[in-house]
Every structure is written in structure tokens, then in C-alpha cells.
Design a protein around this ligand. Structure first.
Ligand code: NAD
Ligand code: TYD
Length: 358
């Protein structure tokens, strides 16, 4: 079992990073070291999501550093100052629609930023093999689009089809190249669609919940039959911990929900849930479903085979979709302040830009 004392989490103020940090610093968790959260606080980063964590652990087990993973000097000084032994690399531009509207930021952060982080780790760790690890978090979208059958395995060829997935594919290749060329100890994971608390409401599930609550139209791309494999975010966080502590160096692991839903069926379930919890008439919400112009290059189906992870490491999904969706809706209903803070002017501008043209 690998141990880690000083863990650098990049992008720890974003959706999955927040949930990962919360898991590791939860009472009774096996992790006993320090977390250094490096985040540029783009539109997607939100320190409000970690206020209670900071209040309890800042200066002892939790440290926040404002910065860009593209800043090599700052990275080196963080590695040195905190004696970093483990990197858990979440930081990325993560939304496909934004990558279509403006791909450059994706190349800058996901490709160049990952390169700089790898370089900093290589320079600081030198040829060290034991007691250090660079874990890279990636997506199933690097594998492209499936037809009606089949699953992505770790051996599936890369076939990215959006600027987002192409930039993540590039970063995956860089991570593996640093392992093979320089001997950097790495692990890599490719996960399916996450959902749960703290997700920025540009992604399908929180976007739809918030629009239902405010009576706005529910924009479904294309015919609504695109399929995603949904995983509750806390199950992603626990899978990452399993890989970081027990995964084989130089290996990649697929993580998935084994839970395929087409978008329109998912939306009907979500409407029933929101209606049940709020008393808003379900038929009135259903009437707001609007089929809009499809996303260009819209991948039809993602589905993950995660048997390698389940076979090698002590992990399985713990939250079924019905429970996870209910917990997610409850969380958004219980956090109006978080929502108000997120829905700033720039968010409104994004909604206008993405949806007015459809
Ligand atoms: P997110 O967009 O919610 O958060 C990204 C975080 O990275 C934000 O806090 C942002 O401020 C920070 N960041 C962005 N650019 C940065 C930079 N240059 N320097 C430092 N910090 C920067 O994303 P997420 O949904 O939490 O995804 C995290 C990771 O997981 C990403 O690498 C993503 O590709 C991957 N992933 C996401 C999903 C999903 O369903 N959300 C699924 C599989 C994999
Ligand atoms: P999204 O949450 O953006 O994740 P990804 O594209 O990375 O899988 O979208 C999930 C699915 O929902 C995808 O098939 C696109 C679709 N979608 C809509 O139909 N309407 C929307 O407004 C959004 C944001 C997504």
C-alpha cells in the first residue's frame, strides 16, 4: 500500500476536486497527511465549497494556493515548500460546449498546464521511484463515441472528437510518455460522467435542476437519445483513493458507473424527483422540455468497462442512481447561497451564448 504525506491537489476547488478533498479529510478516513490545494479559481472553482474544511483544517492539514498550473516557478516553489510526494491532478477546463465555443483555454490548461506540472514533478523528484506518485485524472471521452453495443476498456484506442476530449487525450499521452521516457511514477484514470453535490450548473444534471426550479425551458440537444454512464461523484473520489494507494505504477484504470441512461429518460426521472420534492407540477415541468440544435460532433454513447479496477483493487460503486439523484436534488435544494454565488453575471453570459443560438 502506497502512503502519501503531502498531497498536491490541482483543481481542488472544482466539482470533483472538492468532493475528493472532503472525502480525504472526513472523520475516520485512512489519509492522515496534508492536502495542498492549488487552483486558479476560474469560473468553475469555488472556495465556498470548502469553507468548512478550511475552517477546520487550514494551516494544519489543508492549505490553499491560488495559482495556475501553467506557472512553472510557482509549481516548483510549492513542491519545495510543502515537500510534495503525491500529485492528484484534477485541474482542467472541463466542459465540452465551452471547448467548442473557445478551444484555446483547453489547450493552455489541459495540455500545456499538464506538461508544466509533469515537468515540476520530474524536476523536484528527480529519479526517485519510491514514495512518490503523479496521478492524472482523465475522462472516458478520450475513447470517442460508441455505437449501440460495446464498452470502453483500458485498451480501447483513443479517438477524441471534441477540443475538450482531444486536449484530455493529449494530456494522457504526455503523462504516459513521462513514465516511459523519464521513469516518472504515474497512474492514470479515465472516468465516466460524474454527478452530485458542488457540480457547476453548466453540466446536464445541475443545469436541469436549476432550470426546473426557476421555470425555465429545459434544452435537450438533438433527439435526446445520447447515452452517458453516470457515476456518483463520491464513488469517483473513493476509486481515486483506491488507485492512488494501491494501483500499479504505470497503469491506467477505467472508472464507471455501469449505469447507462439516455438523456431524455434521465430528464424524465429528474423531473419526477424535483416535482416530488418541491410540489411543482410534473406536467408543467415536462411541458418546458425543448429539443434544441444538437452539439456539433456530439458523441452518441459512452459506456465504461471497469472490471480491471474492480478486479485489482477494493472498490465498487456504493450509490445507486436513484439514491444518488435524490441526494443531488436534495443538496441543490438545501444550498441556495452556493447557487446564488455561482450564478453570477459570467454564468448568465454563458447561458446566453450557448443557448440563444440553438
Ligand atoms: P471543474 O470544471 O468543476 O473544475 C476544474 C477546476 O480546475 C476548477 O476549480 C478550476 O478553477 C481549476 N482550474 C482550471 N484551470 C486551471 C489552471 N490553469 N490552473 C489551476 N487550476 C485550474 O471540473 P471537474 O468536473 O471537477 O473535473 C475535474 C477533472 O476530472 C478534470 O480533469 C476533468 O477532465 C475530469 N473528469 C471530469 C468528469 C465529470 O463528469 N465532471 C468525468 C471524468 C473526468
Ligand atoms: P454534459 O453534462 O455537458 O457532459 P458531457 O458532454 O461531457 O457528457 O452533457 C451530458 C449529456 O447531456 C450530453 O449528451 C449532452 C447533453 N446535454 C443536453 O442535452 N443539454 C444541455 O443543456 C447540456 C449541457 C447537455
Amino acid at each position: 500500500m502506497r502512503s502519501c504525506k503531502n498531497l498536491l491537489v490541482s483543481g481542488g476547488a472544482g466539482f470533483i476536486g472538492v468532493n475528493f478533498i472532503r472525502l480525504l479529510l472526513s472523520p475516520g478516513h485512512a489519509f492522515s497527511g496534508r492536502i495542498i490545494n492549488l487552483d486558479a479559481l476560474t469560473y468553475a472553482g469555488n472556495l465556498m465549497s470548502l469553507e468548512d474544511i478550511a475552517a477546520r483544517h487550514a494551516g494544519r492539514r489543508y492549505f490553499f494556493e491560488l495559482g495556475d498550473i501553467g506557472n512553472f516557478e510557482q509549481l516548483l516553489s510549492i513542491f519545495t515548500c510543502y515537500e510534495i510526494d503525491t500529485v492528484v491532478h484534477f485541474a482542467a477546463e472541463s466542459h465540452v460546449d465551452r471547448s467548442i465555443a473557445g478551444p484555446e483555454a483547453f489547450i493552455r490548461t489541459n495540455v500545456l498546464g499538464t506538461f508544466r506540472l509533469l515537468e515540476a514533478a520530474r524536476q523536484y523528484w528527480g529519479s526517485k521511484q519510491e514514495g512518490v506518485l503523479f496521478h492524472h485524472i482523465s475522462t472516458d471521452e478520450v475513447y470517442g463515441s460508441l455505437g449501440e453495443t460495446g464498452y470502453f476498456t483500458e485498451k480501447s484506442p483513443y479517438d477524441p472528437r471534441s477540443p475538450y476530449s482531444a486536449s484530455k487525450a493529449s494530456s494522457d499521452h504526455l503523462v504516459m510518455a513521462y513514465h516511459h521516457t523519464y521513469g516518472l511514477p504515474v497512474t492514470l484514470s479515465n472516468c465516466s460522467n460524474n454527478y452530485g453535490p458542488y457540480q457547476f450548473p453548466e453540466k446536464l444534471i445541475p443545469l436541469m435542476i436549476l432550470r426546473m426550479l426557476s421555470g425555465k425551458a429545459l434544452p435537450v440537444y438533438g433527439d435526446g437519445k445520447n447515452i452517458r454512464d453516470w457515476l456518483y461523484v463520491e464513488d469517483h473520489a473513493s476509486a481515486l483513493w483506491a488507485i492512488i494507494t494501491g494501483g500499479r505504477t504505470g497503469e491506467k484504470y477505467n472508472i464507471g458507473g455501469e449505469n447507462e441512461w439516455d438523456n431524455i429518460s434521465l430528464l424524465h426521472s429528474l423531473i419526477a424527483l424535483v416535482s416530488g420534492k418541491t410540489g411543482i407540477d410534473a406536467a408543467a415541468i415536462e411541458a418546458t422540455i425543448t429539443f434544441v440544435k444538437d452539439r456539433p460532433g456530439h458523441d452518441r454513447r459512452y459506456a465504461i468497462d471497469c472490471s480491471k479496477l474492480k478486479g485489482e483493487l477494493p472498490w465498487k460503486q456504493s450509490v445507486d442512481f436513484e439514491t444518488g439523484l435524490a441526494k443531488t436534488v436534495d443538496w441543490y435544494l438545501a444550498h441556495p447561497q452556493w447557487i446564488a454565488q455561482i450564478q453570477r453575471e459570467k454564468y448568465q453570459q454563458w447561458l446566453k451564448k450557448n443557448y440563444d443560438a440553438r
